[in-house]
Design a binder for this molecule. Sequence first.
Ligand SMILES: Cc1cc2nc3c(=O)[nH]c(=O)nc-3n(C[C@H](O)[C@H](O)[C@H](O)COP(=O)(O)O)c2cc1C
Length: 200
Amino acid sequence: MNTWFVAITGASGSVYGLRLVEQLLSAGMGVTLVVTKAGREVMAFETPLALPDAPAAAAASVLRFLELSAHLPLKVVAQDDLFDAAASGSARTEGMIVCPASMGFCGSVAAGLASDLPERAADVMLKERRPLVLVPRETPFSLIHLRNLTMLAEAGAVIVPASPAFYHKPQSIDDLVDFVVGKVLDQIGIEHHLFRRWDE
Ligand SMILES: Cc1cc2nc3c(=O)[nH]c(=O)nc-3n(C[C@H](O)[C@H](O)[C@H](O)COP(=O)(O)O)c2cc1C
């Protein structure tokens, strides 16, 4: 089974990451999920989901929140678990999506810090030339943010900003979220029906 590594960091918009996890699992993919400490805090602030610390309980909570079967292949890993497969280039992770990606996270990866599991996993994706999709959320961008994002794009990451469009006539917040998540799925070649395409 294809397994994607998803990181939800402490930028605003945890709802994007949760919808992405739901779509990947529904598409028959395996998902390994890490939610950073700040990501958990923002998630608890912005959504009704307060993640328990224990990985198995966190996975069960996410599946319950997404109204998905408890048997789907979702594994939640701790931010400091450098023994997880995603920390090694020899593991068969398909790729990684950071959704949403904080500016702090982007800066750390651009600087090559690899100081915890999500940073190390992103570092691995770049060195192994595997897909790394970053969904930054900040406005306005400082020069430092722009330079870090440029460096990441030069190193092979795809930058998909959390900037929904309006040409598909969104009627709800869900429509706006789905546009961004659909653009992420387009990048990793996963079929979806999250928005109506221009040629449909
Ligand atoms: C409610 C809230 C919203 C935030 N929104 C953003 C944001 O949109 N973009 C961003 O880069 N940081 C945002 N932050 C700050 C990050 O959470 C902070 O920089 C954190 O250290 C990021 O850590 P992480 O990358 O390990 O998750 C927000 C913080 C809070 C509490």
